[in-house]
Design a protein around this ligand. Structure first.
Ligand code: PEP
Ligand code: MG
Length: 778
């Protein structure tokens, strides 16, 4: 029998139908409303590869050095091709298609979901199953191909990598495939049958319009319904649901569409809907005798249960002994609030007691939050990061920004206070810790953790109150509502245009640094690739729109926009990155103004964006040149500005002081016509002290207040005052009170700080200015 129907399956069939199949079978058997379907068993997969005689070649192909990424990619391609190109034996084809026809009604072709279902015994951790392939709205034409692709998903790069890392035998791993009628949902979502961390009889339902993938993937913020099971009272928080996932009536594919304006802020579930869900939830919880995490859907007046798993509060031993027999490790909280593993303690592993210090690093964005750890590797699909997860990764990259926005917190192995993770998380207001060196090895996927972004510590379990948990550091203003008036201007740094509104709300006197590279990097293609594919105009448009969003938010306050300054290692991660030079030390390499002057044709497009902005009337936009070394760099840049139709005499422009050479040569640059010099202390410190700013091993030597750095800064301020050139700071150190005191005393013109530091810096500046005034009259 190649297939088993869901109503023939129970939890005992785990080995042949995998976790998902067993769970759905169990639910069907319990009389819960599961859409009909069947499972192509793990044994069928096995017979398929063995009868076709591809098994040995398959397992040989994946015996590679997984650290060699080219070899790993080749192995995955080879293995997947073997499976995908092997034809189905006639008998098997007929059996699967016959079962498929029984899923549909007589007169209508069924749309089915096809999902891989890992056999839990072999795959103790869901991540072993690789991409956990899922195909929606599949019809007869594609069915067999999709089944084969689920099988092939056992051999994604990631799946091979994990099995090898964990010492699992590739040939001992099997996979089943669930084929189940699609529910063309009008509403759907998830539900926790009890409170996920306290175990209280409080049901939490999340609901949005259309198919559930939108909720699960985080594409939409769902409504939230908290139901007290004791008295049925419902507490509703309605979200603005901008999009929904629906089946395209023409192609049958799942597509994302805008929600009708009058439905966006409308409640998805009526009280009656919620009551029915609560009843379903209670039935499934009592069936398993443990709280469940349920995916549900509603269509044509029917309620459906698509999946149910025990609530995974913390990660425990690598085995599965829960009643549902699904992937994941069960744990529930005991009455005293402590966390207890229902799986028992196997494999000698124990769960860290709540509050125990698991990992520490540099607290790079303040705030305390709790949530499940979500391990993200380079090969991962970022969709797995859900609202409220804490991302744990080696280092964040620009393509992670959408996931970082959904996350409650971020922890990285690598990086210092000026790394991508630190900069972006601060702007997003997401608590973060960088440079832990070992978070990705110590923390486990789904483990419940608390992140303290002030202390730089990750603790076991949930040790913050709900309020703290759901509302991280968003408030920029309230702590001190009155903006102090200061003679030294206090500005704000912006790296991602989406942060502009928050930045403007600080009452800052303008933007001291707008980093354009985040706009470019988020296109996910190198500028060269983007231009090749979309054309120059599209590229210039992207820049104009990105800058304009910020310039609008601040108008007429000045916005200092820096020309592109991305090191080649960041570009290399993008599409088209293979054409970037491979540099031994990108920090000393092809970046900033050096690159722009080397490729004036590309730089011209950036300058064109500035010219367009000026034509549009954005006279508050200023141009800042990164990583200049001397007046020669300045003269050459100025010429290119002129060639682009920008009058350097009319516009405000200047340089960053980021190298000792630029600090020592600032007078010549003043003669070349700069209006301002802004200290990029992140780079100035690394180049003065020879300390790589992104290297956590020398992070303790990264000292922006080092006397050598301060001496360079003090001298530049003095020279610039003599030449009537404004001075500013836009490096991270501008947010530090000690640096602020030093700079105001030296007579700097403005200070640009991080969003969350602006208010404190304003107060610090005011204090120093008043002291200077008092001293002068005493
Ligand atoms: C700096 O070097 O201080 C700076 C602000 O630029 P970035 O961090 O983008 O290199
Ligand atoms: Mg810099």
């Amino acid at each position: 029998m190649a297939v088993l129907w869901l109503d023939e399956i129970g939890a005992d069939d785990l080995e042949s139908v995998g976790g998902k199949g067993a769970s759905l079978g169990e639910l069907t058997g319990a009389g819960l409303p599961v859409p009909p379907g069947f499972v192509v068993t793990a044994g069928t997969y096995r017979e398929f590869i063995e009868n076709a005689g591809i098994d040995e070649e398959l397992f040989d192909a994946v015996e590679v050095d997984v650290e060699d990424s080219a070899a790993l990619a080749d192995a995955a391609d080879h293995a997947q091709e073997l499976i995908e190109e092997t034809p189905f034996p006639e008998e098997l084809r007929e059996e699967i298609l016959a079962a498929y026809h029984d899923v549909g009604t007589a007169d209508e072709e069924a749309f089915v979901a096809v999902r891989s279902s890992a056999t839990a015994e072999d795959l103790p951790d869901a991540s072993f199953a690789g991409q956990q392939e899922t195909f929606l709205n599949v019809t007869e034409d594609d069915l067999l191909d999709r089944v084969r692709r689920c099988w092939a998903s056992l051999f994604t790069q990631r799946a091979i990598y994990y099995r090898q890392e964990q010492g699992f035998d590739h040939s001992a791993v099997n996979i089943a495939v669930v084929v189940q009628q699609m529910v063309d949902a009008e509403k759907s979502g998830v539900m926790f049958t009890s409170h996920p961390s306290t175990g209280d009889p409080t049901m939490i339902v999340e609901a949005a319009w259309g198919l559930g993938e939108a909720v699960v993937s985080g594409a939409v913020s769902p409504d939230n319904y908290v139901v007290d099971r004791a008295d049925g009272e419902i507490d509703v928080t309605i979200a603005d649901k901008k999009v929904k996932h629906v089946k395209d009536p023409e192609t049958g594919e799942t597509v994302e569409v805008d929600v009708d304006p009058d439905e966006r802020e409308k409640r998805v579930l009526s009280d009656a809907d919620v009551e029915r869900l609560v009843e379903l939830g209670e039935r499934v919880e009592s069936h398993y005798d443990t709280p469940q995490d349920v995916e549900w859907a509603m269509a044509d007046g029917e309620d459906y249960m698509l999946q149910s798993r025990p609530i995974t509060t913390i990660s425990g031993p690598d085995d599965i002994t829960d009643a549902a027999g699904s992937e994941g490790v069960t744990s529930v909280t005991d009455g005293s609030g402590g966390v207890e593993s229902a799986g028992g303690e196997l494999a000698g592993e124990s769960v860290a007691p709540e509050g125990e210090l698991l990992v520490d690093g540099l607290g790079s964005s303040p705030g305390r939050v709790a949530g499940p750890a979500r391990l993200v590797t380079k090969l991962d699909d970022l969709d797995k990061v859900r609202q409220g997860d804490i991302i744990v990764t080696e280092m964040t990259t620009p393509d992670m920004v959408p996931a970082m926005k959904r996350a409650a917190g971020i922890v990285t192995d690598e990086g210092g206070m000026t790394s991508h993770a630190a900069i972006v998380s601060r702007e997003l207001g997401v608590p973060a810790i960088v440079g832990t060196t070992n978070a990705t090895t110590v923390l486990e996927d789904d483990q419940q953790i608390t992140l303290d972004g002030d202390k730089g510590q990750v603790l076991a379990g949930k040790t913050v109150e709900t309020d703290e948990e759901t509302e991280p550091v968003e408030d920029v203003r309230p702590q001190s509502p009155v903006k102090p008036m200061t003679a030294t201007e206090v500005k704000v740094n912006v790296s991602i245009p989406e942060a502009a509104e928050r930045a403007a709300a600080t009452g800052a006197d303008g933007v001291g640094l707008l980093r354009t590279e985040h706009m470019i990097l988020s296109l996910n293609r190198t500028p060269a690739k983007f231009i090749a594919e979309e054309g120059v105009d599209a590229y210039v448009d992207e820049l104009v729109q990105g800058i304009r969003g910020v310039a609008d938010e601040f108008y007429p306050r000045p916005v200092r926009v820096r020309t592109l300054d991305a090191p080649t290692d960041e570009f290399r991660q993008l599409e088209g990155g293979e054409d970037e030079p491979s540099e031994h030390n990108p920090m000393l390499g092809y970046r900033g103004i050096r690159r722009s002057l080397d490729r004036p044709d590309v730089f011209a497009h950036e300058l064109e964006a500035f010219r367009r902005l000026y034509d549009l009337g954005y006279d508050n936009v200023e141009i800042m040149l990164p990583l200049v070394n001397d007046a020669e760099d300045v003269y050459r840049s100025k010429r290119l500005m002129e060639e682009a139709g920008i009058d350097p005499e009319k516009r405000t422009w200047g340089v960053m002081i980021e190298t000792p050479a630029s600090a020592l040569g600032v007078e010549e640059m003043a003669d070349a016509g700069i209006d301002f010099a802004s200290f990029g202390t992140n780079d100035l410190t690394q180049y003065t002290l020879a300390v790589d700013r992104n290297n956590e091993h020398v992070a303790d030597r990264f000292d922006e207040l080092h006397p050598a750095v301060l001496r360079l800064i003090g001298d530049v301020i003095e020279r610039c005052r003599e030449h009537g050139v404004d001075t500013s700071i836009c490096g991270q150190a501008g947010s530090k009170p000690e640096m602020v005191r030093f700079l105001v005393n030296e007579g700097i013109s403005s200070i640009s700080a991080n969003i969350d530091a602006v208010r404190d810096v304003q107060h610090e500046v005011k204090r120093v200015e008043q002291k200077l005034l008092l001293d002068s009259v005493r």
